[in-house]
Ligand binder design. Structure first.
Ligand SMILES: Nc1ncnc2c1ncn2[C@@H]1O[C@H](COP(=O)(O)OP(=O)(O)O)[C@@H](O)[C@H]1O
Ligand SMILES: [Mg+2]
Length: 376
């Protein structure tokens, strides 16, 4: 279908690639919001299976947002396609939460075409920023996401589940610790030259740095060697699309559908990392959008309760999750433009506390923490 070296970084390239396929399109628009890949919405000349628009994702051999400077193996796309297929096979499609169907996978050209969640969907992060959600909607969103994640994390408890290629997602195993645990100490020490954390650097006691350093090393090792569960690997509200329904314009919304996207880092991994990444981003929304405190806590509470379902307390899981909230706050807050210097520094300091608490905090501390619902 395509020449193997096709470079699909512009709409014009994509149009040409699609021209002799059932997906030939008259309009191709760039979708922002991701960073690793080139993602487009394509508007077909002739509907395909009744649908006029699809999403086209091209995995270049580098991180798209890096402009080519940061290499990233294209094999990652195979893990995304396999995950989307697996979830659709294992998970009821009529559930309020689902994943888009894969319509085409061109492994040589590193292209996949998937169903469009719709131009009226927004990422959960954007939705929480944009609107004050009614409590029942926030609850339903948190619960659906928690139930979904709890289910996929439990797949391998069933003897017939085969982790298959997900044992070997080497890109995922490399990236997950690299972007979090691998840069905790360099972020805190000033070595990474992050302006908001310099002049002066944060005052973190030496013994805390020691605890964090040991935890980072141990956790990075575990990420590389665990087969605890099938995990998403990049489970943040920017990879979850939400569609709301309104009876009339400006009317009270209800939840229509949720979609979980972006499965390139799916792998045999640690459950606490998916839980922790999701909760960390909710915590960031709370801190930097104070008017959304309530929505974010409702979502986290419902998420954790539904994740746990009827199962008993899991202290080990809660420790991994809360430490990962800490790691995410330290590594990401100062690298993503969340807000001003003071709040950024306070949030990183909170991250330090959570990392140390995850390693050494008492049971009572853990119970009162953001992920307390996992054990209380
Ligand atoms: N199937 C889809 N339907 C609607 N929007 C999508 C779809 N897939 C991706 N997007 C949009 O494109 C953005 C980037 O896609 P994503 O798969 O997360 O790419 P990346 O791997 O670069 O992060 C998403 O945040 C979302 O806004
Ligand atoms: Mg993404």
């Amino acid at each position: 279908m395509a020449d193997n070296n096709a470079d699909l970084t512009t709409s014009a390239d994509v149009r040409k690639y699609l021209s002799n396929t059932p997906f030939a399109s008259h309009t191709i628009s760039v979708l922002a919001g991701g960073s690793a890949n080139f993602t487009y919405r394509i508007h077909l000349n002739t509907p395909f299976e009744g649908k006029e628009t699809f999403v086209f994702k091209y995995a270049a051999p580098y991180v798209a947002a890096s402009g080519g400077t940061m290499a990233l193996p294209t094999e990652r796309q195979k893990f995304e396609v396999e995950s989307l297929r697996l979830v659709r096979e294992m998970h009821a499609d009529d559930d309020v939460i689902a994943v888009p169907a894969v319509r085409l996978f061109d492994e040589e050209a590193h292209v996949m075409i998937i169903d469009d969640c719709g131009a009226d969907t927004r990422t959960l992060k954007q939705l929480v920023i944009d609107e004050a959600l009614p409590q029942p909607v926030a609850e339903e969103i948190g619960a659906a996401i928690g139930r979904f994640l709890g289910r996929i994390h439990a797949w391998n408890k069933n003897g017939s589940f085969d982790m298959g290629i997900f044992h070997n997602n080497e890109v995922g195993k490399m990236i997950s610790p690299l972007v979090t645990y691998g840069r905790l100490i360099s972020t805190l020490s000033g070595r990474d030259n992050i302006a908001t954390l310099a002049d002066p650097v944060l005052d973190v006691p030496e013994e805390n740095l020691d605890v964090i350093s040991k935890l980072a090393e141990a956790r990075s090792h575990e990420i590389g060697s665990t087969s605890e569960a099938f995990t998403h690997g990049d489970f943040w509200p920017g990879n979850i699309m939400v569609s709301l329904r309104r009876e009339s314009e400006g009317g009270v919304p209800t939840l229509e559908k949720l979609y979980v996207l972006d499965w390139e880092l799916a792998k045999a991994g640690l459950r606490g990392l998916d839980i922790g990444q999701f909760c960390a981003e909710m915590r960031l929304l709370q801190r930097f959008y104070p008017s959304r405190q309530k929505e974010a806590s409702t979502i986290v509470r419902s998420f954790l309760s539904a994740y746990r379902g009827g199962s008993g307390p899991d202290e080990a899981l809660a420790r991994v999750a809360i430490a990962h909230v800490g790691a995410h706050l330290v590594a990401w807050t100062p690298r993503v433009r969340w807000g001003d210097r003071e709040e950024t520094r306070k949030t990183v300091a909170e991250g330090v506390e959570l990392l140390v608490g995850g390693a050494e905090g008492t049971h009572a501390w853990l119970g009162g923490s953001l992920v307390g619902h996992l054990i209380m």
